[in-house]
Design a binder for this molecule. Structure first.
Ligand code: 5GP
Length: 206
């Protein structure tokens, strides 16, 4: 019996405002992809237009902390005063089904994933420059200036950890970033360790 190749876990990080969400949407708008997006859980309030169960699972701090205790989260982090985390069950199920799973998470969470799943693919999306990042955050127009400043400070700290990632993609245009990420994912499927795992199991009948 041919074994199902497990999916690749793709972890995408980058400072808030860099356009991760837009790049992700462009990736998922394509036809013929084999990707699943893992919807995160958060204690922050929904922004205008955000839908529960689509953008995030919005929940209370009490519920979130209980889920941490029960080991239901693959990773979690506190970010600018709110909690964010990845439900473990969904990720495991989709990887087992052979789907590639995309996480869009901040750096502390990504480092936790790196500890437990070092063979995941870690991609950092970087802004072309810091002034451009500030412009993008301000352009979103949803945050108080104090929060914008906090996010900029956080961005600098996050960029300082970009070396922890396998790949850095500069988001100059959404199309460029999307193309680069799709090529990275394609290449990940040919990584020798990944190919050999299945090849060795199947070789008897090849
Ligand atoms: P935002 O409030 O702008 O939606 O998200 C703030 C930050 O939290 C972003 O960098 C986003 O990628 C990150 N984030 C979203 N979901 C998760 C998650 O499940 N885990 C972690 N660690 N970070 C997340």
């Amino acid at each position: 019996m041919r074994l199902i190749e497990k999916g690749v876990l793709i972890v995408i990080s980058g400072p808030s405002g860099v356009g991760k969400g837009t790049v992700r949407a462009a990736i998922f708008e394509q036809e013929n992809h084999n990707l699943e997006y893992s919807i995160s859980m958060t204690t922050r309030n929904p922004r205008q237009g955000e839908v529960d169960g689509e953008d995030y699972f919005f929940t209370s701090k009490e519920d979130f902390l209980e889920r941490i205790d029960q080991g239901q989260l693959l990773e979690w982090a506190e970010f600018v005063g709110n909690y964010y985390g990845t439900p473990l069950d969904y990720v495991q199920k989709k990887l087992d089904e052979g789907k590639d799973v995309v996480l869009e998470i901040e750096v502390q969470g990504a480092l936790q994933v790196k500890n437990v799943m070092p063979d995941a693919c870690f991609i950092f999306i970087a802004p072309p420059s810091m002034p451009e990042l500030r412009k993008r955050i301000l352009g979103r127009g949803t945050e108080e200036i104090e929060v914008v400043n906090k996010r900029m400070a956080k961005a600098e700290a996050e960029i300082g950890l970009a070396h922890e990632y396998n790949y850095i993609v500069i988001n100059d245009t959404v199309d460029n970033a999307k193309e680069r990420i799709m090529h990275i994912i394609e290449a990940e499927h040919s990584r020798s360790a990944r190919v050999l795992e299945n090849y060795n199991k199947n070789i008897a009948e090849l």
